[in-house]
Design a binder for this molecule. Structure first.
Ligand code: ATP
Length: 271
């Protein structure tokens, strides 16, 4: 991969339980910042809150990055937003490349759904989920911590099992051609280096915020916030400098919703 530090080293494996769990095992043996695990298949792919990530063998991208940041651990939750932004930019670049190959024909352009973000951690094509991101913070037992960022991208899946058929997208299906996984991986991590660099320079999401909000599918939409013990409906706004989603509740109160504690659903469905 043509990157500066992400993927140094890259470890490619045929089958793992979960790429996040594999990174944790490498980390406990001293693996360095930037180590990337890429697998062809997961037997126990993970989503947030015990959910699972499904992926066919050898069709998609299943990868996890090890970060050993020097900033305070309470900022690590913002890395989910950083990663979603990077995936969005990376997929946009691939989309632009495909569009150019199709001669920029307007009709074709309309056929390539835009890349959007569903706050905080899902990347969509149109209204269907094409990528899930799972960020985990781990204490290293010596007073420090490390972060594992798992990224699953549906690249060349043609058929999804069961209910996923309704809500999942793949690049291949939506863009009408099979897509080079290596190119997608490289674009994503190149963009990650840029977005992460900006985040480190600013110490928060204040500069990245506007770009993220422009990709946000929830913005201005009615959403249902499922917070343990307190569910409510409201209208989603943008994010604050820490990545919290602002939701105006029905009685006009503005509530900042933290990514760790909730799922946000559209009133009429997934988005
Ligand atoms: P949701 O996406 O349901 O709002 P979430 O952001 O917490 O919730 P994740 O943890 O990112 O979800 O991912 C797990 C969920 O994603 C699963 O519950 C399943 O509905 C969905 N999912 C699993 N595999 C795929 C896939 N390959 N493509 C798209 N969606 C998937």
């Amino acid at each position: 991969m043509n990157t500066n530090w992400v993927g140094r080293p890259t470890v490619r494996l045929k089958e793992v339980d979960s790429t996040n769990e594999t990174v944790k095992r490498y980390a406990s043996q001293g693996a360095e910042n930037g180590t990337l695990i890429v697998a062809e298949r997961q037997t126990a792919g993970k989503g947030r809150r015990g959910r699972s990530w499904e992926s066919g063998n050898g069709e998609n991208l299943l990868m996890s990055l090890l970060l050993r940041p020097s900033f305070a651990a309470d900022k690590a939750s913002m890395l989910t937003i950083v990663t979603a932004m990077a995936v969005c930019r990376g997929l946009e670049r691939i989309r632009d490349e495909i569009r150019k190959q199709k001669n920029g024909c307007r009709e074709q352009e309309a056929c390539l759904p835009a890349v959007r973000i569903k706050w905080p951690n899902d990347v969509l094509l149109g209204t269907r989920k094409v990528c899930g991101i799972l960020t985990e913070l781990m204490l290293d037992g010596e007073g420090g911590y490390y972060v594992v960022i798992g990224v699953g991208v549906n690249v060349n899946t043609r058929y999804f099992p069961g209910e996923l058929e309704e809500k999942a997208a793949s690049l291949c299906r939506e863009w009408g051609r099979s897509v080079d996984r290596e190119a997608v991986m490289e674009r994503i991590w190149q963009e990650f280096e840029a977005v992460y660099g900006q985040f480190l320079a600013d110490g928060d999401l204040s500069v990245l915020r506007e770009e993220y909000e422009n990709c946000l599918v929830n913005r201005g939409q009615r959403v249902h916030v499922c917070r343990p013990g307190a569910e409510f409906d409201g209208i989603a706004g943008g994010i604050d400098a820490r990545g919290r989603l602002s939701v105006s509740s029905e009685d006009g109160e503005e509530i900042l919703v933290d990514a760790g504690e909730v799922s946000v659903r559209g009133i009429y469905g997934y988005v």
